[in-house]
Design a protein around this ligand. Structure first.
Ligand SMILES: C[S@@+](CC[C@H](N)C(=O)[O-])C[C@H]1O[C@@H](n2cnc3c(N)ncnc32)[C@H](O)[C@@H]1O
Length: 250
């Protein structure tokens, strides 16, 4: 919760810019926020990833845990400070992980964290956007709480589809949401809508296309994005009160 407060107070520091962006429609990029937002978001998400990622989310995907145990190639897109990449790197030492994010300062922080965790051999971080990150034949590509922040989520999904091995998997983790707005008007949904208004939606609008999915996109909309991006098999793998975990295969 302290991470959430740190992130939200940081987001509020951009309030005058955000208000102006509502008038102009130009949006506010993630990278334009106070750096406390990047630190706070990582602190907020990391405990959930620690609790669920290795024990529940990866086992919920078809055949992925076995591949990671044997040694697989993984890209973690929109990795921020690399919490998810580092957790997976520690759990699956035979696999190699590359975290990509368009925000250079986050990549610098992620590199430092991986080094401190003693993972420099198997975990790397590179600055790259979701539509153009390098590499082919990934066994697994992951997006943790970031697809809806992107201007062109369909373009990102298309690039992932082309970057995966033929039997590869995309794991998409997004904030939990129902498809109907009124069903999201509960304490968790209201917090996500607030964050979405201040950070996620202006962030997406600042990029090309400006799809503005928002932090409460819901499974139906996310499925449509993935299908348009070229995925043929999409299913909800699992969920928590805060997360939707979607598995997509080419
Ligand atoms: C809410 S943060 C989540 C960060 C991280 N995945 C986590 O769970 O802690 C969203 C991240 O998406 C990144 N991002 C936004 N648009 C992007 C794009 N087009 N390509 C790559 N990364 C992007 C931001 O820089 C930011 O690090």
């Amino acid at each position: 919760m302290l991470g959430a407060f740190q992130g939200m107070t940081a987001a509020m520091r951009a309030a005058p810019r955000i208000a102006e962006a509502f008038r102009s429609g130009e949006g506010v990029g993630w990278h334009e926020h106070d750096p406390d937002l990047f630190v706070g978001v990582e602190r907020f998400f990391r405990p959930g990833y620690n609790a669920h990622l290795v024990n529940e989310w990866i086992p919920a995907l078809e055949g992925v845990r076995e591949k990671l145990e044997r040694g697989a190639r993984v890209a973690d897109v929109g990795c921020g400070h690399g919490a998810s990449t580092i957790i997976m790197g520690k759990a699956f030492p035979r696999s190699t992980f590359v975290g990509f994010d368009y925000h250079q300062a986050s990549i610098d922080a992620a590199r430092e964290r991986a080094q401190r965790a003693g993972l420099s051999g198997s975990v790397a971080f590179e600055t790259a956007a979701a539509k153009s990150f390098p590499g082919k034949n990934y066994d697994l590509v992951t997006f943790f709480d970031c697809l809806h922040d992107m201007g062109d989520p369909v373009g990102a999904a298309r690039h992932v589809c082309e970057s995966l091995a033929p039997d590869g998997t995309l794991m998409l983790v997004e904030p939990f949401a129902h498809d109907e707005t009124e069903r999201n008007l509960n304490p968790v949904g209201r917090i996500f809508y607030s964050v979405s208004t201040l950070v996620c939606t202006p962030g997406s609008l600042s990029q090309e296309v400006g799809a503005a999915l928002g932090a409460q996109a819901g499974e139906k909309r996310l499925r449509a994005v993935l299908k348009e991006g070229g995925f043929t098999r999409v299913r909800r793998a699992t969920e928590t009160p805060f997360n939707l975990v979607i598995e997509a295969r080419p």
